[in-house]
Ligand binder design. Structure first.
Ligand code: GCO
Ligand code: MG
Length: 402
């Protein structure tokens, strides 16, 4: 089998997505997700200008060699744009291989390690009462695990909360909108929120929280410690993770489980976190982590250090990435949980999927490959619109982590 073409398609059914389609001389094609929120066109250009001609004529079954060719061969390694481009190609190649062999992708990665995959979704509210109410409503939908984010008294607009039903951080505009932040106000409020939520929902539900890289290590340590009695499933992105050894400080102070990695794109972003047992869940997602090929190796490394996966699964990655994460999660032993925010109807109309979601769990059927279809004609009716993630400033105007 030979690769005959690579198509890069950018559409915006509700929000922007970049999709790769790799075609072959046998008529089998594969799909990959190349969406990098707010930087979509950079990945599209990388694919079109630099990868297409390297792939034409290659055997799509040679996933390991092609991955190394694109990674080592570029000389310029790592980085979100490069790794998302390579990741999309790799996902599409695995889709081709498993479709050609007429098996679901997870069969090529180790087979079934479980029957179903637990997912968590988001609950949010403008204040404590509204957030508790939303957690109860989400629990009633059947979710076993819920991420809880709330407006903070005294702050106008914070991460994880919107006035719409589901949270979408990117805004279609010519430059980023600004949010504001006070760590003192946040740290004062969050333990009270979790005390109220735990009291309302009881012990038999997993609660998660995302601090979105905003705390210093010692502040994160304080938060982890103060949340201990509410038994979180995880505290996510407790501090910015460019320096992995910052996590030592948090780890030394608290038994609250730690998750990090949605902005990582390489094993070198997290290998110290793993070998020093500084985290409990690795949040890298398949598309941004360079594809199935490196993610299998990362999951294996994690498995030797009691670390489970918890792939980033926001609605700003397409259902193609979601399917890739689910096949990956189905096959590995150290699957933890999958993030799932649902998709608006326009997105579901463009991307149809064979994975099913009910009562807090995903299941996969016997469809070959990833089990995702992309309606190219419908996608064209939703043209790209420039969008940005917000930026964040302290109350005195200082630019802060978002
Ligand atoms: C999450 C994330 C998202 C990101 C978004 C950026 O845990 O789901 O933090 O909300 O901010 O995906 O594109
Ligand atoms: Mg997050």
């Amino acid at each position: 089998m030979k690769i005959t073409g690579l198509k890069v398609m950018v559409c915006s059914p509700g929000r922007n997505f970049v999709t790769v389609k790799i075609e072959t001389d046998k008529g089998v094609f594969g799909l990959g997700d190349a969406t990098l929120n707010g930087r979509e066109k950079a990945v599209a250009a990388y694919l079109e200008s630099h990868l297409t001609s390297c792939l034409i004529g290659r055997d799509p079954f040679d996933t390991e060699d092609i991955w190394n060719y694109l990674y080592k061969g570029a000389y310029w390694r790592r980085g979100p744009v490069t790794m998302t481009a390579i990741g999309a190609v790799d996902i599409a190649l695995w889709d081709i291989k498993s479709k050609a062999l007429e098996v679901p992708l997870y069969q090529l990665l180790g087979g079934k390690s479980r029957n179903r995959l637990m997912a968590y979704t988001h609950a949010q509210g403008q204040d404590l009462a509204e957030t508790v109410e939303d957690v109860v409503a989400v629990k009633e939908q059947g979710f076993r695990a819920i991420r809880v984010q709330s407006g903070i008294p005294g702050l106008k607009k914070v991460y994880g909360v919107s006035d719409k039903e589901s949270y979408e951080p990117a805004v279609k505009s010519s430059r980023p909108v600004e949010e504001n932040w006070s760590t003192a106000k946040y740290l004062e409020f969050i333990p009270k929120l979790f005390s109220a939520v735990r009291k309302e929902v009881g012990a038999d539900i997993h609660l998660l929280h995302d601090a979105h890289h905003r705390l210093s290590p010692i502040e994160a340590a304080r938060l982890g410690k103060e949340l201990e009695s509410y038994h979180l499933y995880w505290l996510e992105d407790a501090t910015a993770a460019e320096l992995q050894d910052r996590f030592r400080i948090i780890r030394q102070h608290t038994t609250t489980p730690l998750a990090v990695g949605e902005v990582f794109n390489s094993v070198y972003d997290c290998h110290q976190l793993m070998i020093e047992h500084l985290i409990d869940y690795i949040r890298m997602t398949v598309a941004h982590g360079g594809g199935i090929t490196p993610m299998m190796k990362i999951a294996n490394l994690a498995s030797f250090h009691n670390i489970k996966t918890g792939c980033h699964g926001p609605s700003d990655l397409s259902p193609i990435n979601m399917a890739a994460c689910l096949h990956f999660g189905m096959a590995i032993n150290n699957y933890g949980i999958q993030e799932y925010m649902g998709y608006p109807q326009e997105t579901a109309d463009v991307f149809s999927t064979s994975y099913k979601f009910a009562d807090g769990y995903f299941t996969l059927d016997e469809s070959p490959g990833l089990g995702v279809n992309y309606d190219e004609k419908k996608a064209k009716t939703f043209p790209y619109e420039k969008a940005y993630l917000p930026i964040n400033r302290l109350e005195d105007g200082t630019l802060w982590d978002w």
